[in-house]
Ligand binder design. Structure first.
Ligand code: F6P
Length: 328
């Protein structure tokens, strides 16, 4: 580890998330505050191996706090998983005089950062950026709040057409392995049922619940389905199942897809990103490395990258119960 960190590189990697730009801005401005240099690394680990670096000063990040996506671009790299790829990256960082890294992304990003840190003793700090909120060591990842708001807005709009036509809508939201987006937006959007990867609620229960709600006088219904839902049927197969097993339901499917990853970050995500960037730079300058910054009980805390990667976030069972009661 260098005696004193003089130049920090920042990059975004994996799936983009609203708030990543605000985090880049925060890292760059914190470096400027401490009078140390900062370089932006383009296209994640791809740019790291190619030396695609650009010096960034405080003014270079103006006007981006409100922008979705990432000005540094993002990529998923296979080559960085190899020893040769990481050696290339190490050489490029040395040539550019970069002596610490801030990696903004999800568990794939952190896995790469941790291996690099262990192999070369290179100082790294992670900032969790993914709409899925599937990282241990923070109550909120960057982009989660904004994505939820985007989904709720979409559900509200779909509800208008669902109730006008007395239809049942299956709405698919992101969450390959976790149901955080589905669970929260399902409650906020008044969904009848919420299907998530963590719990198999079963097809019988789904049919029962839809029958019950129709008997109780509901003319339209919304079911939120996380893309990795445990029932094991994709959203189109769910529609077919209901078509075949229930009479009188006019069913439609809506897959929200990548629109959930875009858009201007919410106030919450902008503030969180600003706090996380400052904490990441502060921690590196204090000589810490191999950690992720996170929000725990409204304070900025560090979690070893290893724990952040290996841990599995838990869904809040209370939310499942609330959702159940709300669909009465
Ligand atoms: O950012 C995480 C995530 O949104 C997952 O929920 C989803 O499965 C995945 O990204 C899709 O990513 P991509 O289209 O970039 O492969």
């Amino acid at each position: 580890m260098p005696e004193k960190i003089k130049k920090i590189g920042v990059f975004t990697s994996g799936g983009d998330a609203p708030g990543m730009n605000a985090a880049i801005r925060s890292v760059v401005r914190a470096c400027a505050y401490y009078n140390i240099e900062c370089v932006g690394i383009y296209r994640g680990y791809e740019g790291l191996m190619e030396g695609d670096f650009k010096p960034m000063d405080a003014r270079s990040v103006r006007g981006i706090i409100n922008k979705g996506g990432t000005i540094l671009k993002s990529a998923r790299s296979k080559e960085f998983r190899t020893k040769e790829g990481r050696q290339k990256a190490f050489e490029k960082l040395n040539e550019a005089g970069v002596d610490a890294l801030v990696a903004i992304g999800g568990d794939g990003t952190f896995t790469g950062a941790l291996v690099f840190n262990e192999e070369y003793g290179f100082p790294v700090m992670g900032i969790p950026g993914t709409i899925d909120n599937d990282i241990v060591g923070t109550s909120h990842t960057l982009g989660f709040d904004t994505a939820q708001n985007t989904v709720v807005e979409a559900i509200d709009k779909i509800r208008d057409t669902a109730s006008s036509h007395n239809r049942l809508f299956f709405i698919e939201v992101m969450g390959r392995d976790v149901g955080h987006i589905a669970l929260n937006t399902g409650i906020a959007g008044g969904a009848e049922e919420i299907l998530i990867p963590e719990e198999d609620l079963g097809l019988d229960r789904l049919v029962d619940s839809l029958n019950k709600s129709r008997k109780s006088g509901k003319s339209s219904s919304i079911v939120i389905v996380a893309e990795g839902d445990k029932i094991g049927k994709n959203i189109f197969e769910l529609k077919d199942y209901v078509d075949e097993n229930m009479e009188g339901y006019d069913v439609r499917v809506s897959v929200l897809g990548h629109m959930q990853r875009g858009g201007s970050p919410s106030c919450f995500d902008r503030v969180l990103a600003s706090r996380m960037g400052v904490k990441a730079v502060d921690s590196l300058l204090e000589g810490k490395s191999g950690y992720m910054v996170g929000l725990i009980n409204n304070a900025m805390e560090l979690t070893p990258l290893d724990n952040a990667i290996k841990g599995k976030t838990k869904i809040n069972l209370e939310l499942l119960r609330v959702s159940d009661i709300m669909s009465t």
